[in-house]
Design a protein around this ligand. Structure first.
Ligand code: LLP
Length: 417
């Protein structure tokens, strides 16, 4: 069930009127629903019930401590890509033995910390990274659990910037070269080969690319078994898309059932790394109309939210629904470009949107829970917005609105002569 819906002519987040949130906490602001995060996570966990599995929420999608904590309480695992994400998960009460560590450029200090706390597995992406991990584990006198991230060369059919499973992408080890790299890894004294990993891209709206990748990875697993290398878990990454507009991605259940069908009776634990499909539709970004400016060519609604708060439209030409918090019928609908105060032509959150607007109106940018706040910046010296989490009829500040002091804290002038 959608936790952001209209009741009595106004938008609610769970049991709270969104207009009340704007009154109490100001705009722009991110608003999350605890129940939505929980429901989206459970859809994965329940579809995998009765089978060895680990659902590792991709922290990069939304790394707020409260979000991580809500998921940790459900027993979630986590997919991290930096020591910063690792420390967040630990602070949020996440279990280190349920963490997988992804990313192409892990530093020795990051590997060391991850080994010290005992992460579940390192998803290794190159020969050079294997050497580094073997050395770091050797220094600590431990064996590092390893999966190789293979690049299966399938076209995910998504935006080129978020497509990762093609030969020309920087990610993973070419699947045709993988047997050689597995043999090297298996011979290294401080590595323990456990699994195979792949992630082909994000916002995929059909299962076919996942199944193509899976078939290739399963062929590799079978070939490795013949070479005496036993793979115990299969990590199929994240990537399941969400509905931003008219997309109809498979549900987590359908996607998982399709994959389990191909895995058959192989004794493999299935690991997944969903980010967007858990977080995106668990959040909105609230913004207020400042001015209406109609020119001969276009109608601009100048809003208080901008590309620094939510960069997806500017960066990927992403389309996100923008809806009124209190729909009005006293003015006519028109086509509006929703633009922010940042000094860039690319500073828009939506274009050509049919809306009935007046200055002061509140708008909600939907599907803002993933890759929203985490990609925000202080561009134009704007304070980043607060993050709020609704739980039933209560609203919690889970990150305060930044102040100018926060922004300036780390800057210094040169000394006087
Ligand atoms: N695992 C790995 C190794 C990844 O690289 C990613 C996302 C995920 C899991 C989670 O994928 P998801 O389930 O969220 O699709 N900023 C972009 C998305 C970048 C995704 C990067 N990798 C956007 O706003 O669309």
């Amino acid at each position: 069930m959608d936790q952001f819906s209209y009741r009595d002519g106004q938008l609610f987040a769970e049991q709270v009127a969104v207009a009340d949130i704007a009154r109490d906490f100001g705009t722009p602001a991110y608003v999350y629903s605890r129940a939505a995060f929980e429901n989206h996570y459970r859809a994965y966990d329940e579809a995998l019930a009765g089978r060895p599995h680990l659902v590792c929420y991709a922290v990069k999608a939304n790394s707020n401590l409260a979000v991580l904590n809500v998921l940790a309480r459900l027993g979630a695992g986590f997919d991290i890509v930096s020591v910063g994400e690792l420390e967040r998960v630990l602070r949020a009460g996440g279990d280190p033995s349920r963490i997988v560590f992804s990313g192409v450029g892990k530093q020795p200090h990051e590997m060391r910390r991850a080994l010290e706390v005992g992460v579940r597995c390192f998803n290794v992406e190159s020969d050079a990274e294997l050497d580094r991990l073997n050395a770091v584990a050797g220094d600590l006198g431990v064996k590092a659990p390893v999966s190789l991230r293979v690049n299966p060369d399938v076209d995910a059919g998504t935006h080129p910037y978020i497509s990762t499973g093609l030969k020309e992408n920087k990610f993973g080890i070419d699947i045709t070269d993988a047997p050689r790299v597995y043999a090297r890894a298996a011979a290294m004294p401080h590595l323990d080969v456990q699994g195979v990993d792949c992630h082909i891209g994000s916002q995929l709206t059909t299962v076919e690319p996942f199944l193509d990748a899976l078939d290739r990875v399963l062929a590799l697993v079978d070939a490795l078994a013949e070479d005496g290398i036993t793979i115990r878990h299969l990590d199929m990454g994240g990537g399941l898309g969400v509905t931003y507009d008219q997309e109809q991605p498979p549900s987590p259940g359908d996607y998982i059932r399709a994959m389990l069908g191909r895995i058959g009776d192989r004794e493999l634990e299935l690991v997944l790394e969903p980010g967007r499909s858990i977080a995106a539709n668990a959040g909105i970004m609230l913004t207020r109309v400042e001015f209406l400016k109609c020119t001969e060519h276009r109608n601009f609604a100048i809003i208080d939210g901008a590309m620094n708060d939510m960069i997806r439209p500017a960066l990927y030409s992403a389309w996100q629904a923008i809806i009124p918090v209190q729909p009005r019928t006293d003015v006519a609908e028109q086509s509006w470009d929703l633009v922010g105060p940042v000094c860039e032509t690319g500073d828009f959150l939506g274009k050509d949107r049919r809306l009935a607007l007046a200055p002061g109106d509140l708008l909600a940018v939907r599907s803002a829970g993933a890759y929203g706040f985490v990609m925000s910046s202080n561009y134009n010296s704007r304070n980043r917005p607060p993050e709020l989490m609704v739980d039933g009829d209560r609203v919690y500040v889970v990150r305060e609105r930044e102040t100018l002091e926060d922004q300036l804290r780390h800057e210094h002038c040169l000394p006087d002569e």
